[in-house]
Design a binder for this molecule. Structure first.
Ligand SMILES: Nc1nc2c(ncn2[C@@H]2O[C@H](COP(=O)(O)OP(=O)(O)OP(=O)(O)O)[C@@H](O)[C@H]2O)c(=O)[nH]1
Ligand SMILES: [Mg+2]
Length: 179
């Protein structure tokens, strides 16, 4: 059995933990701590402080290990640790949280410098307060055309699986990881 690692990242409350919880075939491992700062606790009761972990079989011989990062900048030491040996990166952005787009842009640049594996940007429409189109996001975050932007609902299993399949296809097109 071979296992491959993908990383789910993105700004605070973008839906990373939800994304992994939706698709994993084992009980997800989570490291949630109570949000302490007022601004954050108004949005969510808890936040990821170290990592999320989930697992899904690709076929009988290959398994995907999905690692979620914390979203907050103060935990950014985990971004590098978790992305080591990853074969692809998923960067989730909440479609309705425009004030998070600047952080998402910084995160995209961080991972583009850190790694040369495929990165996809996921526009999460779950709970969106207002709608953002792919073109708007590309402009806000300065996303080059060669990076795919995929619409998703992090609470929908088929939607999340579609993101993973798209990423795996990109990885297969780029190299020989699954030989
Ligand atoms: N109101 C409320 N919303 C929540 C709560 N937990 C999650 N959500 C919402 O669910 C969405 C995604 O939450 P998560 O999946 O935890 O987001 P995340 O990207 O893992 O967040 P961090 O790890 O904290 O960066 C957000 O839109 C939240 O507003 C909660 O306890 N209360
Ligand atoms: Mg989380």
């Amino acid at each position: 059995m071979k296992h491959y690692k993908v990383v789910v990242t993105g700004p605070f409350a973008a839906g990373k933990t939800t994304f992994i919880k939706t698709v994993t075939e084992i009980a997800p491992i989570q490291t949630e701590a109570k949000t302490t700062n007022n601004e954050e606790s108004q949005i969510k009761d808890s936040t990821t402080v170290a990592m999320d972990f989930g697992r899904i079989a690709i076929d009988e011989e290959n398994v995907l290990h999905i690692f979620g990062t914390p979203g907050q900048f103060r935990f950014n030491y985990m971004w590098s640790i978790l992305s080591k040996d990853a074969i692809g990166i998923i960067l989730i952005v909440d479609s309705g949280e425009r004030d998070q787009f600047e952080d998402a842009k910084d995160m995209l640049n961080f991972f583009r410098v850190k790694t040369d594996v495929p990165i996809v940007v996921v526009l999460n429409h779950f709970k969106e307060k207002s709608h953002t189109t792919e073109e708007e996001l590309r402009t806000f975050m300065n996303i080059p055309q060669k990076i795919l932007v995929i619409d998703c609902d992090a609470t929908g299993r088929e939607s999340v699986k579609n993101v993973l399949i798209t990423l795996l296809n990109l990885i297969i097109m780029q190299g020989d990881t699954f030989d």
